[in-house]
Ligand binder design. Structure first.
Ligand code: ZN
Length: 472
C-alpha cells in the first residue's frame, strides 16, 4: 500500500522529527546542522497571495516578516544555495505597539517582469484618512506599496515606486503571456470596489484603476454588498475568478457573513468580463448582475469561505468553497470542503467530508482528475501537507504524496509558485510558540533544507519579545 513515493515521504517525516531539526534557532549553531525551513522569521499569517516565482533554475519567494514588512529570499536549484532572506519593503502597518492584533492583510505578492525585475505589492489594508478620500470605497489602515529590484534577478536591493493606488488591500500581481502586468486588489477596506491596474511597460507605469466588482448599499438589508474573489491567470489571455459575496451589515458590524459561489472571467484582449457561458456582463458588476448571470451555487444560510479556482483540460472551471452552518464566529466554525465544477452545461457539487478540515489548493487535469493540496491534521494529530487525488471528477479522493508531516504542526500554505520547479512547488509556514513561523519551500523531494545558521534570522530582541504588542 505504501508506494515508493509514500516511503520517501515517510523518511522525510522521520528526518523532520530528529532532535537536530527540533533544536531552537537560538541554540549554538553547528555549521553542519541543517533544518527543513529556510527562515524562522515569518510573522503572523506570513503567506498569502502569489508568494513565489521560478525562473531559470532559481526560485524567488516572498513573505510577511517582522513588523509586517515584506521579505524575500531565493534558492538556486543547481548549486543548492540560498540567498537571503532580505528586507525588501517596509510596511506602514505593524509598527504601532498599541494595536492589539497583527493586521495580517498586507502580505506581499510577487511577479517577475519580462525585463527580469522582480516586483512586490504589499502593505495595504485600505489606506487611512490621512491617505485622502477613497473614491471607490472606505479606508482602514496601511498603504499599498510597490517595490522593484534595482537590478534584474538580484534580490539584494529594492526601490519603492510611487505608481499604484495606496488604497489597495489583498494585492495580487498577474503577468500575462505578452508581459502585461495586472495588479488586482480591493480599492479600500471591506466596503470597496475590486479593481485592476494595467501596466504595459514592466510595471514602470500603470493605468488608472478600473472597477469590475462593485460594492454598493443594499437597502433591503441595511448593509453593503461586498466581495471576496480568488483570481488566477488562465491559459491564453484570460483572468478567471471564484467569488463569494459579503453582506457587510450596519449592525452587527463587519463579520464573516459571506455567501454563495460565483464564477467570472475576463479576456485581457477586450477587457470584457463574462460568465461561465461566455456571456458578456456589464462592469463594474453589482450584486444583482452577479446573482442573475454569474452565480454557480446558492449556499442559503451557510456561511462560506472561498477557496481556489482552476480550469480543467477542456477549459471548464472547478472551484472550492468551505461551508459552515456555524455562523457565530468571525470566520465560522467547523467547515466542510465543497468542490464544484462546470461540465459545460451545469455546475456539479461534491461534498468532501473525508478530507482534513482545512485550506487547500487545487490543480485539475482532465475534467475527472482533480488534485488538491491539503494542509491539515490527520487522525493522529500530525500536521501534514499532502496531495489528495480524485479520478472521478471530485466525487471521491484518496491521499497521495505527503510533502511534509510533523506531530502537532499548525501549517499554512502559500499559493502555488508560478512556473514552479518540481522541487519547489509551494511554501508552507509552521507556527512557532509565538507570532513567528518557520517557512518551508516544498516540492516533490520534500523540504528544501538549509544550514541552521542561515535559517536563523530572528533577532535576539524578537526572540525575547515573541508576541505582538510586547516588543520594543
Ligand atoms: Zn464588512
Amino acid at each position: 500500500m505504501i508506494s515508493l513515493l509514500r516511503f520517501g515521504a515517510v523518511l522525510a517525516v522521520l528526518c523532520a522529527l530528529t532532535p537536530a531539526s527540533f533544536a531552537p534557532a537560538q541554540a549554538q549553531a553547528d555549521s553542519s546542522e541543517t533544518v527543513p525551513y529556510f527562515t524562522d522569521n515569518g510573522f503572523g499569517n506570513s503567506l498569502l497571495s502569489t508568494n513565489g516565482v521560478h525562473h531559470e533554475g532559481i526560485t524567488y519567494v516572498c513573505y510577511q516578516g517582522p513588523l509586517e514588512d515584506a521579505w524575500v529570499a531565493s534558492y538556486n536549484h543547481e548549486t543548492g544555495e540560498w540567498t537571503g532572506p532580505f528586507l525588501a519593503g517596509v510596511s506602514l502597518m505593524g509598527k504601532d505597539p498599541t494595536r492589539a492584533r497583527i493586521d495580517d492583510h498586507g502580505q506581499p505578492s510577487m511577479v517577475l517582469d519580462d525585463a527580469g525585475h522582480l516586483h512586490l505589492a504589499y502593505g495595504g489594508h485600505g489606506g487611512t484618512r490621512e491617505t485622502g478620500v477613497n473614491p471607490l470605497g472606505n479606508t482602514h489602515y496601511g498603504e499599498q506599496r510597490h517595490v522593484v529590484t534595482t537590478r534584474p534577478l538580484d534580490i539584494t536591493e529594492w526601490e519603492l515606486l510611487d505608481n499604484v493606488s495606496p488604497f489597495g488591500t489583498y494585492s495580487q500581481f498577474i503577468k500575462m503571456d505578452n508581459g502585461d502586468l495586472y495588479l488586482i486588489y480591493r480599492h479600500g477596506v471591506h466596503r470597496s470596489n475590486w479593481v485592476y491596474q494595467l501596466s504595459r511597460d514592466n510595471g514602470r507605469t500603470f493605468d488608472e484603476p478600473v472597477s469590475f466588482l462593485k460594492s454598493q448599499r443594499n437597502r433591503e438589508l441595511d448593509a453593503v454588498d461586498s466581495w471576496y474573489p480568488y483570481f488566477i491567470k488562465a491559459p491564453g489571455d484570460r483572468i478567471i475568478a471564484r467569488v463569494d459575496h459579503h453582506t457587510c451589515r450596519d449592525s452587527p458590524a463587519h463579520n464573516g457573513e459571506r455567501s454563495h459561489g460565483y464564477f467570472i472571467q475576463m479576456s485581457t484582449r477586450d477587457h470584457v468580463w463574462r460568465n461561465v457561458k461566455g456571456e458578456a456582463l456589464p462592469s463594474p458588476m453589482t450584486k444583482d448582475i452577479m446573482d442573475r448571470h454569474a452565480k454557480a451555487v446558492d449556499t442559503g444560510d451557510d456561511f462560506v469561505h472561498g477557496g481556489p479556482v482552476a480550469l480543467d483540460s477542456e477549459g471548464n472551471p472547478h472551484f472550492i468553497l468551505y461551508r459552515t452552518q456555524d455562523t457565530k464566529p468571525y470566520h465560522g466554525g467547523e467547515k466542510t470542503i465543497f468542490h464544484y465544477r462546470w461540465d459545460g452545461e451545469r455546475w456539479l457539487e461534491n461534498e468532501l467530508d473525508a478530507l482534513p478540515k482545512t485550506k487547500v489548493d487545487m490543480e485539475v487535469g482532465a475534467p475527472n482528475e482533480v488534485s488538491l493540496l491539503v494542509a491539515g491534521f490527520n487522525d493522529e494529530n500530525f500536521g501534514q501537507v499532502a496531495r489528495w487525488e480524485s479520478t472521478d471528477g471530485g466525487a471521491t479522493f484518496e491521499q497521495g504524496r505527503i510533502y511534509y508531516s510533523r506531530k502537532g504542526a499548525h501549517l499554512r500554505l502559500s499559493r502555488p509558485i508560478v512556473n514552479a520547479h518540481p522541487d519547489a512547488r509551494f511554501m508552507a509556514a509552521r507556527a512557532q510558540r509565538s507570532d513567528y513561523s518557520y517557512i518551508f519551500l516544498l516540492g516533490d523531494s520534500g523540504e528544501i533544507e538549509r544550514d541552521l545558521e542561515g535559517a536563523s534570522v530572528q533577532t535576539d530582541a524578537q526572540r525575547a519579545a515573541p508576541r505582538f504588542g510586547t516588543r520594543n
